[in-house]
Design a binder for this molecule. Structure first.
Ligand SMILES: [Zn+2]
Length: 293
């Protein structure tokens, strides 16, 4: 890559020299045979310069566009700090990732930096969006918001939305199953894996990662097999896919650690494992950012 850059820099310098030479030729000996000859040479060289692969002359940000730049939000990241790091306006990053005002981001969230996040059908997000509207505990939320605003005013510092830090949630959840992570969160081939896969034997108990309410326990979402979705405090959701048996029903209140299902390989699964997702609202985040080590 560095060699290519040096080569293109040389070519640019050569172009500049040729341009100057051709100008001198035009001014000095326009009528002379030598002048005409120099002009033709200069024109040929210029055509060569401008017809070379444009990617070679593109600035570094242009080169980046050939591959997708993805940032997984870390604790204390802000949209502003991420924008500064990559030299991209935070509002553009927000737009590319469909993040609206007040630009909330979450630890473990996947952000597309140099291009728009691909639009795709996300059945789990759709489900969560549907269940979170009628069940949202408005009173509880507004009380929380009021108290946090009061805190902000007391300090006399009103944080700008894009400067609001993504908080760390490490250890907030507990492992739903004992096993090895066989597939991580993020790109998997040409598709995105919105959770982690934890390998475990068929029938291994699956535990609720935190206390909450079961908002979905069904097998109608294609690919996930028997799937359970639990809503927790703070608009956090966990999803457990490919179960062989489901031991809780929609509407059930579960405690952290309670057995909710058994590991299986229902749906699109090559072998028994738990597909585990964590979502902030409908946004998938890296479960490893929420689980203890
Ligand atoms: Zn999976």
């Amino acid at each position: 890559m560095a060699d290519g850059c040096r080569k293109s820099a040389c070519r640019r310098r050569l172009c500049a020299v040729v341009v100057v030479a051709s100008l001198l030729a035009v001014i000095g000996t326009l009528q002379g045979l030598l002048g005409r000859f120099l002009c033709i040479i200069a024109l040929l060289a210029l055509t060569g310069c401008f017809s070379t692969n444009p990617a070679r002359h593109a600035p570094s940000i242009g080169k980046r566009s050939h591959h997708v730049v993805i940032r997984y939000v870390r604790a204390n990241d802000t949209l502003y700090s991420i924008g500064k790091k990559f030299g991209v306006d935070y509002r553009l990053i927000a737009k590319r990732n469909h993040i609206r005002y007040p630009y909330r981001i979450y630890v473990g969230q996947r952000l597309y930096i140099n291009r728009a996040a691909p639009g795709r059908h996300d059945a789990t997000a759709e489900k969560i969006r549907r269940v979170s509207i009628p069940h949202r505990s408005v009173r509880k939320n507004s009380a929380h918001h009021r108290s946090s605003h009061r805190r902000v005013h007391k300090k006399g510092v009103r944080k700008l939305p894009h400067l609001a830090k993504a908080r760390g949630y490490k250890g907030r959840l507990r492992w739903p199953v004992k096993g090895v992570v066989t597939s991580k969160f993020g790109p998997r081939g040409s598709r995105m894996h919105d959770g982690i896969d934890i390998g475990a034997r068929e029938g291994t108990p699956v535990h609720a990662a935190a206390s909450g309410v079961v908002v979905y326990a069904d097998s109608r979402l294609s690919g996930y097999g028997k799937l359970i979705i639990i809503r927790h405090a703070g608009n956090l959701f966990t999803a457990y896919g490919h179960n062989s048996r489901m031991l809780v029903r929609k509407g059930a209140h579960v405690r952290a650690g309670e057995v909710i299902s058994r590991v299986g390989h229902t749906g699109r699964a090559t072998g028994p494992h738990l597909h585990f997702e964590v979502r902030r609202g409908s946004t998938p985040v890296n479960p490893l950012a929420y689980l203890p080590r």
